[in-house]
Design a protein around this ligand. Sequence first.
Ligand SMILES: [Zn+2]
Length: 306
Amino acid sequence: MKRSLARTNAYDDGTGMWPLPEADLREHGFRFTIADVRPTRDVRPAAVAGLFYPAEPEALRARIAHCLNASGPYGSDGAARPPKMVIVPHAGYEYSGAVAAHAYARLSGRRDPVKRVVLIGPAHRAALRAMALPGVDAFETPLGQVPLDQAATADLDGLAQVRRDDLPHAGEHSLEVQLPFLQEVLDEFTLVPIVAGEARPAEVAQVLVRLWGGDETCIVVSSDLSHYLPHVRAQLVDRATAQQILEFDARLDPQQACGATPINGALLAARDHGLVPRLLDLRDSGQITGDLRRVVGYGAFAFDPP
Ligand SMILES: [Zn+2]
């Protein structure tokens, strides 16, 4: 009689669990290989597919292609290297997808070098001190799984401002909505996903600097801009915020951008590395929906290598 092997060296003969040494298990006809006891890959499933973006792969690809096409010919700016860092919005694709596409089109034109994405966004659903890395092996979207860079995440475990916690990642959309875009514009890549709660800009910058790397590493910062202001007021506020970002002024507050914490840290790191910032697109939801009374601001920025 064969039974499936539990992860402990034990089997149930109907009278209780009896621990057996591995050799005895083999003698009793159990197949015993490493594969039998290795846990299956732990995956964070998509949480907002069908809400923020289409859940059906073909519809999702079509939506992304539409957004990218609307942003102009890929790579037409003449830059030879991919942007080292981008800031992109994270609303539903029908609202901010076209704005985010301006940054992703820049990556698409020079996709070859990028093998790793450091993706950082704010925690919307969990009160979080400092920053959380997930414990899983991969993130999944309707377009497939993205493996995590385990060596890089392990390297961050020694930092006091980083902890392992799957909970802040579970329902968080600010990272997830960026993944289908990245899966479409890049070839194979690994991911370092970071949800940021309360943290000082220097603490965020320290994490990003540790992961900095070369052209193989792209940093994606996920943030919307102002929230629920009338359109005219939002335009003024968001323009001022964009100017602050272009000047590496790392004093954004959460009223200006829900991702103020990751942006501020990223600005410090970008300034120290001499990156060259560009504003690619700046709009708000009122210009997309026609409802100008209460809008959310969206900006796309690229930071090119010096
Ligand atoms: Zn947000």
